[in-house]
Design a binder for this molecule. Structure first.
Ligand code: HEM
Length: 463
């Protein structure tokens, strides 16, 4: 038996999704239920599921049957076909195992200072009355963090400037509002070097050259470094074999791209929500002041920031950044009682799961307290996907978001949203971003409220 199916043609579905990415998922689920088929320009037929039991079947299914790498194939031209995101089976496990130690929870404390200082630098020039787009600000911070922690670029200079410029420019191109179009293979025409795809391709090649040169310089270096690249260069498998330069380059590109825009977007959504909620900013500021006292923020403080932790979880519930995860069936499978043929593109629709009223009462309300003391169910809360493909950077990004947000909340400023009207999501490639870039006005924090947090580093000069 097959699930119910929408009759709309694939290109109409693609246009609906591009125009209103989250609204479209919610309307389809309201109409067709917790399992349905949908035609897709990119993937043929999609079988879309949102019940946690179905998601469990997808994420715990045999990876040889549920291929994630093949489902991510459209990202190949950008990330390279050796990227961990694009590999399947034994090759995927091999590369993922080599990368895992750099993202293990224990390693996170090494990254705290970089995250705090990058935030301090970025907000250090803000003045009361300034209007700033938080999404752009977070992009700058998370890009600096990832360039430092992954490539070891920790000093202002031509190398850092070039890498920063190349990645920002490339992402601006591939994440333009027409973003998803470059992923359609028939639209990737070079047109004798003059088409839009040809110039994106030149930018990808330039970034590859930069990364390969960086890898070569690193291999020639006699001093040991402690960043992710150093760990990847040292990593060997059970046969003593390491990653070759081309494979290494694909992983660096994946980490630099997957590892900054995602966290920046999640923090944009967090401030969209917390600044709308009366008293939430003040509650969080008070928590940061109570936990850190007069000391600069360290990794030891983070487990005590319980309200902030709940705010981040609730943000990722309402806005999971990527709305859904895909797998291609390499063999027939039965999901939620429905028999699906090989070749079906299976979608685990986290966005809709996260808004199911049976799992989350009043699902559209931002209520961080629903996560206080709650043990997370991996098939009810899954912004980072699941199973053997769960996001490699999950611990990194949760740590990073806490450090960046706590540093901002302890900096002696208050933020106010410029536009308090309802905010919609807009697509930046596959990322669901808050439309408008989360514009805020910076205000000096009244002296009484600021007293507790005055010693946080750095404090914004108040005029
Ligand atoms: C809020 C931030 C982030 C979100 C919401 C997010 C979400 C995701 C999702 C949904 C997947 C696919 C999981 C699946 O198919 O089941 C994924 C994979 C991945 N993410 Fe993240 N991510 C975030 C941050 C990061 C960061 C900071 C890094 C690196 C520093 C990173 C690196 C990766 C990698 C390498 C994969 C591929 C894993 C594999 O295929 O084995 N992500 N992420």
């Amino acid at each position: 038996m097959l699930p119910p199916a929408s009759k709309l043609p694939g290109f109409v579905n693609m246009l609906r999704w591009m125009a209103d990415p989250d609204g479209c998922l919610e309307r389809d689920a309201a109409r067709y239920g917790e399992a349905y088929l949908m035609k897709s320009t990119l993937f043929g037929v999609e079988a879309i599921f949102n019940h946690p039991a179905a998601l469990k079947e997808i994420f715990t299914g045999d990876p040889e049957r549920f291929a994630a790498g093949e489902a991510n194939e459209l990202l190949g031209p950008l990330l390279g076909d050796r990227s961990v995101l694009l590999l399947d089976g034994a090759e995927h496990l091999h590369v993922r195992r080599m990368m895992m130690p750099a993202f293990h929870g224990e390693r996170m404390r090494c990254y705290t200072d970089v995250m705090r200082e990058s935030t301090a630098r970025a907000i250090g020039s803000l003045r009361p009355g300034d209007q700033v787009g938080l999404h752009g600000l977070f992009q700058r911070i998370t890009l600096d963090v990832i360039l430092n922690t992954v490539l070891g670029l920790d000093e202002e200079g031509p190398e850092l400037t070039q890498a920063r410029h190349q990645i920002t420019h490339l992402l601006d191109r591939v994440q333009a509002p027409s973003g998803a179009l470059w992923m359609i293979p028939t639209l990737r025409r070079e047109m004798y070097g003059y088409g839009p795809w040809a110039s994106i391709k030149r930018e990808i090649e330039a970034l590859d050259r930069t990364l390969l040169a960086h890898i070569a310089a690193r291999r020639a270096l006699s001093v040991e470094k402690d960043d992710v690249l150093a760990m990847l260069i040292r990593a060997v498998d059970e046969h003593g074999k390491g990653l070759d330069d081309a494979t290494l380059c694909c992983q660096l590109k994946t980490l630099l791209i997957a590892g900054h825009e995602t966290s920046a977007t999640a923090m944009g959504w967090a401030f969209e929500e917390l600044l709308r909620e009366p008293g939430e900013q003040e509650r969080l500021m008070a928590e940061v002041a109570r936990v850190t006292g007069t000391a600069p923020l360290t990794a030891e403080h983070l487990p005590k920031l319980e309200r902030l932790d709940s705010v981040i979880k609730e943000t990722l519930r309402l806005h999971p950044v990527t709305g859904a995860m895909g797998r291609i069936l390499k063999k027939p499978a039965t999901i939620a009682g429905y028999d699906l043929p090989a070749g079906t593109f299976v979608v685990a629709c986290a966005h809709v799961t996260h808004r199911r009223p049976d799992l989350y009462p009043e699902p559209l309300r931002f209520m961080p307290e629903r996560f206080v003391g709650k043990k997370l169910d991996p098939y009810e809360w899954l912004p980072f996907g699941g199973g053997v493909r769960r996001c490699l950077g999950m611990a990194f990004s949760l740590h990073e978001m806490k450090v960046i947000m706590a540093t901002m909340l302890g900096a002696g400023i208050e933020l106010r949203l410029v536009d308090r009207g309802p905010v919609k999501a807009t697509l930046r490639s596959l990322i669901y971003s808050p439309k408008g870039g989360t514009k805020v006005v910076v205000r000096a924090r009244p002296a009484k409220k600021a007293a507790h947090s005055a010693t946080m580093s750095p404090s914004i000069p108040i005029e």
